[in-house]
Write a protein that binds this ligand. Sequence first.
Ligand code: ATP
Ligand code: MG
Length: 405
Amino acid sequence: MNYTEIMIRYGELSTKGKNRKVFISQLAHNVKKSLHEFEEVKIQSDRDRMHLILNGADSQSVMARLTPIFGIQSFSPVIKIEKDTDIICQTAIEMVKEVWEEGQTFKVQSRRSDKQFIWDSNDMNREVGGAIYHGIPGIEAKMIQPDIRVDVEVRREAAYLSCQTIQGPGGLPVGSSGKGMLMLSGGIDSPVAGYLAMKRGLNIEAVHFYSPPYTSEQALNKAKDLTVKLTPYVGGIQFITVPFTEIQEEIKRSTPSGYWMTITRRFMLRLTDLIREQRRALAIINGESLGQVASQTMHSMVAINEVTTTPIIRPVITMDKSEIIEIAEKIDTFELAIQPFEDCCTIFAPPEPKTRPKLEKVEYYEKRLDVEGMIARAMAGLVIEEVKSSDSFLNKTTEDMDDLF
Ligand code: ATP
Ligand code: MG
């Protein structure tokens, strides 16, 4: 079918009163960004709907780009045709034929805003319905809960037909809630946290702590590939690598092992917060889940969180591991996350981390460290790069290795 436009229904944003304009223009911006190579497509947004005028672009390819865009409740491919009764009936038959499967029922729902048109909406329901019924042998009409609803709308300039509604992901347009720094490890939880934060309209930049030579380049590439998996929702994502070796070595050398974990996490949080300030973001996002490991007990979180008053968003805090894995599978990060590359935290994992660290002790041990100097040196070594949906890091390294041999 030669669809001429896609009609987009907004999700929750329609209830946002005055902010609505901001939400709609953010959504239009995001749609435009993800359709950047379809230059011919024009976006028209109004209060209730957004219309993508295809101007010849392939509707299937355009629709495939829309499915991950937060803020879209649903969308329908629409065909714009001449206001001619024969053309309307013929097009309706062809359009339904394309999606109809044996045994499915249909219903025509018409609207006429052009009162000059010879059929009123009842005539249209009857005439177009009759044409489909006779044109597709075996199809049955059903008024309540039909499988296929054929929408016919006659406006002043043309007639519009559609018969498919495709669910969007809901949520709020990414960026409409500002920006947050996602602490992204190579694990299962943090990519899920990033995905859920984006779903509520937060734009993200990824911060990754990297401790070579204790962690390999493959571990870094894995974190980048996980970031690639998050790009369909936003386009490119800034990936920030923080050199963390010196800090981890220093902590290990100068403080008792029971406190390594708490102090390490405090450094991660201080650094993320400084980067957040530099990058003008409003929040920090992480993948902590209550009680999952020693650093994620309430007592640990209190001791770690003490270094900042910036809001920390923990989207998976109350989820069970199985619930987190379910989302990880849905967004296709699970397989990658379980690949065994060492993480900077596992390498320096103490035998018995404190699950109830005492803040006085933490502060006492940190006095042995040149906290400011360590932080300044790590900040001086930040590497910031954009990760795009076409990127692939783990594979690339394997290919490069293949070339070597
Ligand atoms: P994940 O599956 O996300 O790695 P986890 O269950 O392994 O989480 P931890 O390793 O304790 O939990 O980490 C808790 C959170 O701290 C992570 O979800 C992530 O947000 C952050 N974090 C841990 N390691 C790193 C790292 N190397 N770089 C950036 N953030 C990290
Ligand atoms: Mg981890």
